[in-house]
Design a binder for this molecule. Structure first.
Ligand code: BG6
Ligand code: MG
Length: 235
């Protein structure tokens, strides 16, 4: 059966539109170090796309730290946050993936709606920092959702606000939790990063530079030999 035409592109923010995923990792790693344990990049994969407080829970679990009071958790989360923000301010010129402006402009000139679906409460701050808010028709972030990825809420809310059916949305994600959330939303998903970690994505690419050809293929409705699967797990 032919897929519904592509009407909207919904992007995760950290690690997709801006190169900030490493800042989150570095801040969690630093916090783990302060708490007395090492935290590897591999362990960090499960934190990607996950809300701040849920990430903290996973980090504490990885460090075998239990019985932490809610007040202490709040304090640890704020400490992590100030670490991330100071990196952003220092490295601001490196945050923006240079291809994205062209690609987003191309999408919009073809009449494709664009959106951000991010778990981060800092999404408005980041978009303002790099001055790319006008490139998106909608921004849904950690401030306006109740359930974090892998729940589909953030994606469904973005689709509803731009009046596009989920089946006509493509999602671009670097996190396994985000890929899962988009699939649960009934959307098609391009995973950006290591295909071995993003196994549920319909297609995985390794860098943002590859997005444009992917878009052209999908926009033209070409499937099969282009590398697009029929769906997660071949469904
Ligand atoms: C996601 C990141 O976009 O936002 C996670 O992938 C991060 O690493 C989460 O923890 C929450 O971000 P923030 O800015 O609200 O702490
Ligand atoms: Mg991400």
């Amino acid at each position: 059966m032919r897929a519904k035409p592509f009407e909207a592109a919904i992007f995760d923010l950290d690690g997709v539109i801006v190169d900030t995923a490493k800042f989150h990792y570095n801040a969690w790693k630093r916090l783990a170090g302060e708490l007395g344990f090492a935290f590897s990049e591999r362990e960090n994969e499960q934190l990607k796309g996950v809300s701040r407080m849920e990430s903290l829970e996973l980090l504490l679990l990885a460090g075998g730290i239990t019985e932490v009071t809610p007040e202490r958790k709040e304090a640890l989360a704020s400490r992590k946050m100030s670490g991330t923000r100071s990196s952003w301010q220092r490295l601001r010129p490196l945050m923006y993936c240079p291809v994205s402006a062209n690609f987003l402009g191309h999408l919009r000139s073809c009449g494709i709606k664009t959106g951000i679906a991010s778990a981060s409460k800092n999404a408005p701050f980041i978009l303002d920092q790099v001055n790319i808010r006008p490139l998106f028709d909608v921004v849904v972030d950690g401030n306006s959702i109740v359930r974090a990825k892998p729940d589909p809420e953030v994606f469904l809310q973005a689709a509803r606000l731009i009046s596009v059916a989920p089946a006509a949305c493509f999602v671009f994600e670097d996190a396994a939790a985000g890929v899962e959330g988009a699939i649960r939303a009934g959307m098609r998903v391009v995973g950006i990063g290591d295909g071995r970690l993003l196994t549920r994505a319909h297609l995985t690419i390794t860098s943002f530079e590859q997005l444009e050809p992917v878009f052209l293929m999908s926009h033209m409705g070409i499937t099969g030999s282009t590398g697009w699967g029929d769906g997660p797990n071949g469904q």
